[in-house]
Design a protein around this ligand. Sequence first.
Ligand SMILES: [Zn+2]
Length: 229
Amino acid sequence: MKHSLSEGRQLVYLQGIEGSYLRELDVRVIGYENGGYILDRTIMHYQGGGQPGDRGVLLSGDLSIPIYNVKKKGKNVLHLSTVETPIDRGKLVLDWERRYKIMKMHTLQHAISSVIFQDGYESLITEVFPGYGFIESNRDDIKIRGEGYDINKISRNLKRYDVRREDLDPRLMARCNLDKLPKSISEISVVEIEGLDLCACAGTHVKNTAEIGDYWIRAPGNRVEFGLF
Ligand SMILES: [Zn+2]
């Protein structure tokens, strides 16, 4: 949901939309604590903002150290692993197949949230997983019309950029509840779907909505559920 610019340089996956497409990265290992490796920089998204943490491996020499999740604890991003080995450097390799599904799902979630918002429904809670996701809204009478849900059929580019809080577009305040963000957050990472949506987000997304491919959607009660075929 938020990050500072300096953290953004460490979180390589947040450098433009392209940063989310890096599958491997040479890293320096700062240490191992609380069950996880701390690295100088990373391509792995840490769990939060309605998106799961990434998985993958940390390679060093003949070693292949499994990373089963990534979480933030205090200021540190922990690459969680049950294998503790003292190493100085390594190559971080993402479980790309899983991550790419999450990128499609997160992009789909933004688009659906934007479409239902136009009909007066707020997205109070959003969660995406590899291949499945849901939105919980403030009202329980959501109707999925045909119109507006052809998200994967219209080619729209995505962009990511940092905005100073005082320069934020008022449209952001409406769809994304930015007034809930602590006043101490001065710079906000914004994801824009060309001609459709603008929202603060520190997750990962695809470059173009056409990448999403076929998906299903249904709306039981106050939830919208959706997934990839
Ligand atoms: Zn997002």
